[in-house]
Design a protein around this ligand. Structure first.
Ligand SMILES: Cc1ncc(COP(=O)(O)O)c(C=O)c1O
Ligand SMILES: C[C@H](O)[C@H](N)C(=O)O
Length: 387
């Protein structure tokens, strides 16, 4: 896919592999925004916002949806709206974004204890993993009973097997637990498996459906669920300062891509990721997890590769990286794929002479880019962070 047609003043994401959050609005989206509705969305009067909410809810087979300015807000108000009367706990994967990257929202907004689980298969929690960590509400006053399970699909780019989701759902129903999905990349799972969003909607009580990752919108998510639940989410959204006014421009930009060939765009990014994963396998470069969709997680620790060296090698080839996670999206060019292969291979070879024993896992997500020049193209340094 050729580089997206963007106005010259816009920074291109064609060489940005730090995250699919770096996708940039296209000219078509910006032109659409100029014709967006301008009602006050807090009063439910913005036509494009309501259209987006209803459209995404319908796709997911849910009664209602609510536009949130971020996936973090969407996740946190969803989980809070499912919970009553602490003490209680939430069970999730130890890598879950709601646990690792939402600034302790579960503790602060939901006053919840979190039980982070390391999947026994290394990739995704099975029902057996959940049962082994579930805290029953059996009257024992020492415990914080499990009230909700939060799953991520995809997580680390890994697709959750549908049959496992169905097993977990059945058990949640038997035990009166709520099931939330952080669907920051649910579109990627749907595109790769051809499972319609509606089928995920039948499994989860709520889904945070991000528009700002691989779907390319500048911001936002639509949280979907039953009407009574979404009404309560609206209450918490307002409390958390997420009641936005003329959000029609953002909604209209998101609708551009939701109504476009989003599957084709996402499958293109998956093809690039699969190509890189195959390359790494051929060169003996270890991966942390299967590259099911748009992410390739290089196992830096196993390869004793220094993340800072990898980032600098990336900049040498004018490719932006921020650690071992290589994130593809539809705006990445095939030229960038070939360049990142060179950066990774050079870092892998360098590690053989200069093994890097990182003291603890590198934050594969976080970085800070410094000294962006006025054109926004030549980032001279990207710092990575350690846990
Ligand atoms: C898995 C996952 N969930 C939720 C979020 C939060 O989304 P946002 O950055 O819009 O708050 C992200 C990050 O973008 C994410 O990667
Ligand atoms: C982790 C970070 O918050 C962002 N969700 C990303 O995937 O880059």
């Amino acid at each position: 896919m050729s580089e997206q047609e963007l106005p010259p003043q816009y920074i291109t994401a064609s060489n940005d592999l730090r995250s699919d959050t770096f996708t940039t609005p296209t000219k078509k989206m910006i032109e659409a925004a100029m014709n967006a509705s301008i009602g006050d969305a807090v009063y439910g009067e913005d036509v494009d916002t309501v259209t987006l909410e209803q459209h995404v809810a319908r796709m997911a087979g849910k009664e209602a949806g609510i536009f949130c300015v971020s996936g973090t807000l969407s996740n946190q108000i969803a989980i809070r709206s499912h919970l009553y009367q602490p003490p209680y706990s939430i069970l999730c994967d130890y890598r879950a974004h709601v646990y690792t990257h939402e600034a302790a929202g579960l503790a602060i907004l939901s006053q919840a204890m979190v039980v982070p689980v390391i999947p026994s298969n290394g990739d995704y929690m099975t029902l057996e993993d959940i049962k082994a960590h579930y805290i029953p509400d059996d009257g024992d006053i020492h415990g914080a009973p499990t009230r909700l399970i939060s799953l991520e699909n995809t997580l680390h780019g890994i697709i959750y097997p549908l049959e496992e989701l169905v097993r977990i759902k059945g058990w949640c129903l038997e035990n009166g637990l709520k099931l939330h999905c952080d669907g920051a990349r649910i579109w990627n799972a749907a595109a790769e498996t051809k499972v319609p969003l509606k089928q995920f909607g039948e499994i989860f009580d709520s889904i945070s459906i991000c528009l700002s990752k691989s779907m390319g919108a500048p911001m936002g998510s639509v949280l979907v669920g039953d009407a009574k639940f979404i009404k309560k989410c609206n209450h918490f959204r307002k409390q958390q300062g997420g009641g936005v006014r003329q959000s029609g421009m953002m909604a209209r930009m998101a609708l551009c891509n939701v109504d476009d060939d989003w599957r084709g765009k996402l499958l293109y990014s998956h093809k690039l990721a699969h190509n890189l994963a195959k390359f790494c396998q051929e060169k003996g470069i270890p991966l942390e997890s299967p590259a099911d969709t748009n992410f390739v997680f290089i196992d830096l620790r196993k390869a004793m590769m220094d993340p800072d060296v990898l980032v600098k090698k990336g900049l040498k080839y004018n490719v932006k990286l921020m650690g071992g996670r290589v994130s593809f999206h539809y705006q990445v060019t095939e030229q960038t794929l070939e360049k990142v292969k060179l950066a990774i291979l050079e870092t892998f070879e360098y590690a053989k002479q200069h093994p890097f024993d990182q003291n603890g896992p590198t934050k594969i997500y976080r970085s800070e880019s410094t000294e962006i020049d006025v054109e926004g193209n030549a980032i001279r340094e990207i710092k990575t962070y350690k846990y």
